[in-house]
Design a protein around this ligand. Structure first.
Ligand code: SF4
Ligand code: SF4
Length: 312
């Protein structure tokens, strides 16, 4: 689902993850950020998968740490986080568990009015004529609209563990925070939100200077959740037609989320970078950094030894 051309759709998606409307996002995250003063929040993103986003995130965090800044790298690719592998670490014991509320129907109270079905924007409730509604958990984001609107209190929220948060200390002044969604979970935006909230509190505790959010590929809900509220987004891409196409999408999204974006071109010497330059020009953004292909970097990536490099 691609929402960036439809602000209504973005609002709806963000509403589902309790971020946009009613100011929850502001309450949960922005307020904390403002209190923290100098903390810089940077998203490392890029529509296309496999362009080296995590590599850039790790290298960037390492560079800042080497400059004596206190850095948190937050892996928001919660369906398959891999920053810990690139850093040669194990996740270990979870620091915190994430819970999501899902609806549970009480048939004794249900009058089969169908209001919950009409309200659910995720099409997660099905109702055959004259029958009780059926909740389809795989499609449910846990937004709470159904139990809020039910006039008979027939839907109750039930908490379930949906993810975990891990913390690794990489260096004296460099921490990695990893969000991990439960396998098979369809709606992972709330896991990103919770991971981000945890990371912001952690940043306050350790007095961090920088917090880097390494997002999932794509432009869907978990990516929106990771980018929202950041001061800057580095959009990593590669000089290929797909790289250019997805760069256009992610830059559109950043603009709609009002987050300033810059482009990092990875493997810059391997393809036709004019396509990337054209997209960057269209968005009035310059290519901030070009990273050439390096066999040594690829080897270090595969061995979890990225900290040895200083490419950024
Ligand atoms: S809104 Fe409540 S009463 Fe109406 S169908 Fe849904 S659960 Fe039943
Ligand atoms: S079933 Fe209820 S909680 Fe789940 S997405 Fe639909 S309205 Fe939201």
């Amino acid at each position: 689902m691609w929402p960036a051309d439809d602000p209504g759709q973005i609002r709806y998606l963000c509403k589902n993850i309790n971020l946009f409307e009613k100011g929850e996002f502001k309450n949960l995250i922005e307020k904390d950020i403002f209190k923290m003063g100098k903390l810089k929040k940077i998203a490392i993103t890029g529509g296309k998968g496999g362009v080296g986003k995590s590599t850039v995130a790790v290298l960037f965090a390492n560079k800042l740490a080497k400059e004596n800044k206190k850095v948190l790298l937050v892996d928001c690719d919660v369906e398959c986080p891999n920053d810990y592998l690139l850093l040669g670490k194990k996740l270990g014991k979870a620091k915190e568990k994430i819970y999501t509320e899902f609806p549970k129907l009480n048939k004794k109270k249900c009058k089969k009015c169908g209001l919950c079905v009409r309200t659910c924007r995720s099409n997660a409730i099905f109702q055959a004529p004259g029958d009780y509604p059926i909740l389809i958990k795989d499609l449910c984001s846990g937004c709470g609209a159904c139990w809020t609107v039910c006039p008979f209190g027939a839907i109750e929220p039930k908490k379930e563990e949906t993810g975990k948060i891990f913390v690794n200390k990489i260096e004296r002044n460099f921490y990695l925070i990893t969000g991990l969604a439960k396998a098979g979970l369809e709606e992972t935006g709330p896991i990103v939100t919770q991971t981000k909230k945890f990371a912001l509190n952690f940043a306050k505790k350790v007095k961090a200077n920088y917090i880097l959010f390494d997002t999932a590929p794509g432009t869907h809900c978990p990516v929106i959740s990771a980018i929202m509220g950041c001061d800057l987004a580095y959009t990593v891409t590669e000089p290929t037609p797909m790289g250019a196409y997805d760069l256009n999408l992610i830059l559109d999204l950043c603009r709609k989320l009002k987050v300033k974006a810059k482009v990092i071109l990875n493997q810059a010497n391997l393809g036709d970078k004019r396509k990337i330059e054209k997209i960057a020009k269209k968005h009035k953004i310059k290519i901030e950094k070009e990273i050439p292909y390096s066999k040594k970097l690829v080897e270090a990536y595969s061995k979890g030894q990225l900290l040895k490099f200083n490419f950024i």
